[in-house]
Design a protein around this ligand. Structure first.
Ligand code: NAP
Length: 495
């Protein structure tokens, strides 16, 4: 157990801070790199697993890939000339993140197999308790715990009675044989679509259980030739140019589309999805089943190639009848039909509004984050919560999520957080937390703005929180970057 020691000054006169980062996924690794680069030596990253990588470690299902272009889905300061394709397979991203940990010597500061179960403000610092009972103390806590993290297991009658292999997509059992087996997949979000495309043709029979049709934007995924990779290797600026261009066209344009449900840009997205369906599916009955009754972009858009082709194989079936129950040997649908299965995959998504919880976070005067967030996950600019001093979140509630690169989002947010940490280092304050009035004002503006977004146009999706509001940044990406450029300290309580 480490002792609570008062913070010292460094040789340059700055207050020496101990910073605890929770999670060694893409944003936790980023935090480790940037904090140490800024001269903050006393950094610890607690990681509950035995490896870094976050979502890219947890997910290893067949067909896993990223639908944000490879040259965007990476740290802005670490171009990778060796991406194999326009869109990276998941294992390449995991390798990239592990390479970053090695390159920046982060194994020195990451403590693996350490789950943080409680963070409690003791009046001066954070007490950070780990699952083995160890207690650490830190001046600042950065929650880099991700969004798509806690699997959602569906409540389906009889699920526990299934006698074959059954697992959530984010808990994939690599020892389960799929080849020649009867495989069922519940869920047709981005994950279910990728698994279907990869497993169709390997399974003797594949049943995709679809509750709601999805819009699917077509995706070509060409490989980068050896010549192209060599050019990227020789010319770092070429990689950076590509980053900027792809970022601009993919992220900025898309963000304008989704935040304005009446925009021409979002209508064009739907036109492209419809054309994709028209081009790939001729059978009117199948096409009708695959045509959503809500607007494209309302749910998180699926971007995929090969999915419609996979569904039209003779060994693959789209089941749209509602599931009634799961039995020992398969799934029974409401029409009374039993779909016999050897393997049942739950591609049923995540509890996307949990964030750092179930870790108990307790701020000033014993206020619990659970209580502060009883109605909705109120934050100031997604990063700070009133009464929780020196506690910052990356990719917290209402960050730009969905089809954006969460690595880019985390970079922008971390740069903002670093400026607040600087306030603590240079002695302007010992505690920084968003003011309650600023948070209420910001939150009210944000909720109002969500009304004009495509996510509020009438569908059920993982964006919608328990207060019925889509919890995603409701303005365009330019506004995100400009609002996150410099903290307005008037909106913070500095003690
Ligand atoms: P998801 O988008 O939340 O989809 C969950 C699916 O499960 C939906 O089709 C849902 O149907 C279905 N479902 C849930 N409960 C069900 C039940 N009780 N009975 C029948 N169906 C049920 O989850 P996901 O596909 O794992 O994707 C989550 C997010 O992860 C994505 O939106 C994306 O942001 C990210 N992701 C990204 C990539 C990438 O390439 N970058 C790849 C995979 C995932 P309803 O639609 O009817 O609710």
């Amino acid at each position: 157990m480490s002792e609570a020691v008062p913070s010292q000054k460094t040789a340059t006169g700055e207050r020496a801070l101990r910073i605890a980062v929770i999670g060694a996924g893409a944003s936790g690794i980023l935090s480790g790199i940037k904090l140490r680069e800024a001269g903050i030596a006393d950094v610890v990253i607690y990681e509950k697993a035995d490896r870094p990588g976050g979502t890219w470690r947890e997910n290893h299902y067949p067909g896993l890939s990223c639908d944000v272009p490879s040259h965007v889905y990476r740290y802005s300061f670490e171009p990778n000339p060796d991406w194999s394709r326009l869109f990276s397979p998941g294992p390449e991203i995991q390798n990239y993140l592990e390479a970053m940990v090695r390159k920046y010597g982060l194994d020195e500061v990451i403590r693996y197999d350490r789950e943080v179960v409680r963070c409690e403000w003791d009046g001066a610092r954070w007490e950070v308790e780990l699952s083995d009972g160890e207690v650490d103390h830190a001046d600042v806590v950065i929650a880099a715990t991700g969004v798509l993290h806690h699997p959602r297991t569906p409540e389906i009658e009889g699920l526990e009675r299934f006698e074959g292999a059954c697992f959530h997509s984010a808990r994939w059992d690599d020892s389960t044989v799929l080849d020649g087996k009867r495989v069922g997949i519940i869920g047709n979000g981005s994950t279910g679509v990728q698994i279907t495309t990869a497993v169709s043709g390997r399974a003797s029979h594949l049943s995709l259980f679809q509750r709601t049709a999805q819009w699917v934007l077509p995706q070509e995924n060409p490989v980068y030739s050896e010549e192209e990779k060599a050019r990227f290797r020789d010319d770092r600026e070429l990689c950076q140019h590509l980053y900027r261009e792809l970022n601009k066209s993919f992220i900025t344009n898309f963000s304008h589309a989704v935040v304005d449900a009446e925009s021409e840009a979002i209508a064009m997205v739907e036109t492209a999805c419809r054309a994709h369906l028209d081009e790939k599916v001729a059978d009117p009955e199948l096409k009708a089943k695959l045509t959503p009754d809500y607007r494209a972009g309302c749910k998180r858009l699926v971007v995929a190639g090969g999915f419609y082709e996979a569904l039209q194989r003779s060994d693959t079936e789209l089941v749209t009848e509602d599931i009634e129950s799961v039995e020992a040997t398969g799934v029974r649908t409401r029409d009374g039909r039993l779909h016999p299965l050897d393997v049942l995959v739950l591609a049923t998504g995540f509890q996307t509004h949990q964030f750092i919880r179930p870790t108990k976070v307790i701020g000033r005067d014993g206020i619990r984050l659970d209580d502060a967030w009883a109605e909705s996950n109120r934050t100031y600019l997604s990063i700070s919560v009133p009464q929780f001093p020196n506690f910052f979140m990356l990719v917290g509630p209402y960050s730009p999520v969905g089809n954006f690169s969460l690595i880019g989002v985390a970079e922008t947010q971390l740069s903002y957080v670093m400026q607040l940490i600087e306030v603590l280092r240079d002695g302007r304050a010992r505690q920084v937390a968003a003011r309650a009035d600023a948070t209420e004002r910001f939150f009210a503006e944000m909720v109002e703005a969500t009304k004009g977004t495509i996510w509020a146009s009438g569908c059920k999706s993982w964006y919608i929180d328990k207060s019925g509001v889509p919890a995603s940044w409701p303005w365009d990406y330019d506004r995100f970057e400009s609002m996150m450029a410099t903290p307005d300290l008037k909106d913070f309580e500095l003690l």
